[in-house]
Design a binder for this molecule. Structure first.
Ligand SMILES: NC(=O)c1ccc[n+]([C@@H]2O[C@H](COP(=O)([O-])OP(=O)(O)OC[C@H]3O[C@@H](n4cnc5c(N)ncnc54)[C@H](OP(=O)(O)O)[C@@H]3O)[C@@H](O)[C@H]2O)c1
Length: 326
């Protein structure tokens, strides 16, 4: 049997419960993976609470778009994987049906990559969603170049910290934004060239001064809300804003500061494309190998404590990824 997290109604963390289901046999083209560790994402909270804009099928909805483990069984017509291989799941578009919060999952083999050498299961669970989102938004979408000034909001999030590391690896200059002055030193230690705390600093003044009046080439925004006003003001003439999240759901004005290219980015745009997945996986493996990329794990919970893990997620104070191990 496989222990699986499900929920029958939308609500707080308490709606999550663990049930037992039979372990399924992989169909042609599928792998069965024994999950070792799960990455917890903001998307999980949105689905659980009912704020996710896409369909979520109740009752017995599952959860989880990120996980790593060992191949446990190989379906027919699968090449390149064997039982015992350490792997990472790259895409779960139907997570309410096939989410990774489970002991065993079935995945199409083309939605799985090899776990980079030297990465333990806990760190591997913190890798794919954060780094593929930051890479896709900054490199594939915004065409980040060495020397670019890159403003990163919610910089202490897993996506934000991944963006700092990827910007540094490429030779761009990460400018990290947090709401709390207490987190500035953490962000500087994580590689930010400069850290801005919205509870103390004026974002526009700091970024303008740091870029000698030019403004930021790229803005990676996970927050939106009223903070967009300042972000529009710090964008360089001809710059790019990539919005990847909306942590602050309040309505916002967006002052005219054109020309400015604006993208709304969903990583599913790339993680379902095997060519891009190959590019991202190769980039990440090289970064892990050299030590330039190092996933930041904030706190680790056990699957039995999934309700506590979601309470912690709801608080939104973490630095890096919350991981659940089995
Ligand atoms: N587009 C995609 O494909 C994609 C994929 C993955 C994630 N995302 C998005 O990326 C963002 C980060 O996700 P994550 O899972 O790495 O981390 P997360 O748990 O969503 O972010 C945690 C951090 O966000 C900041 N934060 C929380 N609430 C905020 C608010 N109301 N206003 C401003 N900042 C707030 C906090 O940093 P401070 O306390 O330092 O301010 C907190 O430490 C989310 O918006 C998520 O939806 C998008």
């Amino acid at each position: 049997m496989s222990r699986v997290v499900v929920f029958n109604e939308f609500g707080g963390p308490e709606v999550l419960q663990i049930v037992e289901e039979p372990v399924a046999v992989p169909a042609a083209g599928e792998l069965r993976i024994k999950i070792e560790a799960i990455g917890i994402n903001r998307l999980d909270q949105m689905m659980r609470s009912g704020s996710y804009p896409g369909p979520v099928h109740l009752p017995r909805s599952r959860l989880g778009c990120e996980g790593t483990g060992l191949v446990d069984a190989v379906g027919s017509a699968v090449e390149g994987f064997s039982v015992g291989d350490a792997v990472i799941v790259t895409a779960v578009p139907d997570m309410d049906v096939n989410g990774t919060y489970a002991e065993y999952v079935l995945m199409p083999a083309n939605a799985v990559i090899a776990r980079p050498e030297g990465l333990d299961a806990t760190s591997a669970a913190a890798l794919w969603v954060a780094y593929s989102t930051a890479y896709g938004a900054l490199v594939e979408k915004a065409k980040m170049q060495p020397g670019d000034h890159v403003v990163i909001t919610a910089a202490s999030s897993a996506v934000g910290l991944a963006a700092i590391q990827i910007a540094n690896l490429i030779g761009a200059i990460p400018i990290a934004i947090t709401r709390h002055a207490a987190k500035k030193d953490i962000l500087l230690a994580a590689g930010a060239a400069v850290a801005v705390a919205t509870d103390r600093d004026d974002v526009v003044d700091v970024v303008r001064e740091y870029t000698h009046g030019a403004g930021a080439d790229i803005i990676l925004d996970s927050v939106m809300g009223p903070g967009l006003v300042d972000l529009a003001k710090v964008a360089k003439f001809g710059g790019t804003l990539v919005a990847v999240g909306w942590l602050d759901p309040r309505p916002a004005e967006f002052p005219m500061n054109w020309p400015l290219t604006i993208f709304g980015y969903m990583s599913f745009e790339h993680v379902l494309d095997s060519e891009v997945v190959h590019r991202i996986a190769t980039f990440l493996s090289a970064g892990i190998r050299t030590g330039a990329l190092k996933p930041t794990v904030d706190k680790v919970f056990r699957l039995d404590d999934i309700v506590d893990a979601h309470h912690y997620l709801d608080q939104g104070q973490q630095v890096g990824k919350i991981v659940v191990t089995l």
